[in-house]
Write a protein that binds this ligand. Structure first.
Ligand code: GDP
Length: 362
C-alpha cells in the first residue's frame, strides 16, 4: 500500500506523533493493525460513512481503507552528504509516496532544539535544502548518461526527459522544490519519474504547536502561508498522545474544550490519504461495510480489480448508488424505487463515496 514518510529535524515530535498514530484504537478499529517494521505502521482511514452503511445493511464488521506511515529519522543539516543517519535516511524517504514534514512550533525549555531556538520558517528551509541537495546529486549523477543516450539514439522521448531534467536542475539550483515549482515552470513530473526525486513527491506539513496556540488563527495563517500549496495540519503531539488513552466521548470533550472538532491524528490520516491522490469506494452487506482504496480517476473495472483480479477480468457492469443518495433514501430498495441506482459499464470513472456491487463472469 502507499505510504507517507514522517520526516523532520530531531526533537520536533515525530516519534510522539508516530507512536500515537500506530497505538490509536480509533484509527486501528476493527482492522488487524500491524506494525510491519519498528518504523512502519498501518493505519485505518477514518470514515464516518462506514458506520452509517453498517447500520443500513446490518453489517457485522466495518473495514476501513488503510495507509502506511513510516517514521523517518535522521534528517539534519548535512544529511544529503551523509551526516547523521544520512544514507539510511535518504533510502527510507525515497521509498515513500509522500513526505509529511513535522515542524516544531512548541516552546519547551526541557526539549532542546538542534539549531538553538524554535523557528519554523528556518526549519522548513533547512529540510527543503537537504531534500533539494539530495535531488541535485541524483540529477548530477544521472544527467550525463541520460544526455548521451538521448543524443546517440536521437530518441525524442528521451530528449524530452533530458529537457525536463535540465529544467528541474535549474529550479532546484534556485532553491525551489519540484513540488512547489514544477507546475509553474512547465515541468512534467511524469518525465522525471525514473529518478525518484524527493522534492517531486507530494508534501504535507504538521505544525506541532503549544496547546495555547491551537486556536491562534493569525499564527495558523502565517504558518500556512509558509508552506502553501502544501496542506498544513495543526496539532499538539503531546495532547494527541493523551487523547488516544481516553474513551471516544471523553476525547471529543477534551478536543472541543480546546476549540477543535477533530483530532490532529484523524486530520493527518484523512488529508494524507487525499495527498496521495487516493479516494475510496464502498461496499456493504450483512457481513461487512468496507472502504476500498483506488487512485482518483480509476475506472469501474480497475476498482473491481482492487477486490480481486478475477472481478476485473470478468467485469460485466457495476451497480452503483452514491452514498448521499443511498442514505437519503434510507435503504437500497428505497434508492432503487427512487431511480438512484445506476448500472455502469467499463468506462465509468469512479466517484468518491460510490456504493458498489460488481457483476462479473467467473
Ligand atoms: P523526534 O526526535 O522528532 O522523534 O521527537 P520526539 O517525539 O522524541 O519528542 C522529543 C521530545 O519533545 C520528547 O520529550 C517529547 O515528549 C517532547 N514533545 C513532543 N511533542 C511535544 C509537544 O507538542 N509539546 C511539548 N512541550 N513537548 C513535546
Amino acid at each position: 500500500s502507499l505510504s507517507i514518510g514522517i520526516a523532520g529535524l530531531p526533537n520536533v515530535g515525530k516519534s510522539t506523533l508516530f507512536n500515537a498514530l500506530t497505538k490509536n484504537d480509533a484509527l486501528a478499529a476493527n482492522y488487524p493493525f500491524a506494525t510491519i517494521e519498528p518504523n512502519v505502521g498501518v493505519v485505518g482511514v477514518p470514515d464516518p460513512r462506514l458506520a452509517v452503511l453498517a447500520e443500513i445493511f446490518g453489517s457485522q464488521k466495518i473495514i476501513p481503507a488503510t495507509m502506511e506511515f513510516v517514521d523517518i529519522a535522521g534528517i539534519v543539516k548535512g544529511a544529503s552528504e551523509g551526516q547523521g543517519l544520512g544514507n539510511k535516511f535518504l533510502a527510507n524517504i525515497r521509498e515513500t509516496n509522500a513526505i509529511c514534514q513535522v515542524i516544531r512550533a512548541f516552546e519547551d525549555p526541557d526539549v532542546t532544539h538542534v539549531d538553538g531556538d524554535v523557528a519554523p520558517s528556518r526549519d522548513i528551509e533547512t529540510i527543503n535544502t537537504e531534500l533539494i541537495l539530495a535531488d541535485l546529486q541524483t540529477i548530477e549523477k544521472a544527467l550525463p548518461r541520460l544526455d548521451k543516450e538521448a543524443r546517440t539514439r536521437k530518441d525524442k522521448e528521451k530528449l524530452a526527459v533530458v529537457d525536463a531534467v535540465n529544467a528541474a536542475q535549474k529550479l532546484l539550483d534556485d532553491g525551489v522544490t519540484l513540488f512547489a515549482g514544477a507546475a509553474a515552470a512547465g515541468i512534467d513530473l511524469t518525465l522525471l519519474r525514473d529518478l525518484h526525486l524527493l522534492t517531486a513527491k507530494p508534501f504535507l506539513y504538521v505544525f506541532n504547536l503549544d496547546e495555547s496556540e491551537l486556536t491562534d488563527e493569525a499564527l495558523r495563517a502565517r504558518l500556512r502561508s509558509l508552506v502553501a500549496p502544501a496542506e498544513a495540519i495543526f496539532l499538539d503531539a503531546k495532547i494527541e498522545a493523551e487523547l488516544i488513552e481516553l474513551p471516544d466521548d471523553e476525547a471529543l470533550e477534551l478536543l472541543q474544550g480546546m476549540g477543535q472538532e477533530e483530532s490532529g491524528l484523524s486530520q493527518l490520516v484523512r488529508i494524507g490519504f487525499a495527498t496521495l491522490g487516493l479516494q475510496t469506494y464502498l461496499t456493504a452487506g450483512p457481513k461487512e461495510s468496507r472502504a476500498w482504496t483506488i487512485r482518483t480517476g480509476a475506472t469501474a473495472p480497475e476498482a473491481a480489480g482492487v477486490i480481486h483480479t478475477d472481478f476485473q477480468r470478468g467485469f460485466i457492469k457495476a451497480e452503483i448508488v452514491s452514498y448521499d443518495d443511498l442514505t437519503a433514501a434510507g435503504s437500497m430498495a428505497a434508492a432503487r424505487t427512487a431511480g438512484k441506482v445506476r448500472m455502469e459499464g467499463k468506462d465509468y470513472v469512479m466517484q468518491d463515496g460510490d456504493v458498489v456491487e460488481f457483476r462479473f463472469n467467473v
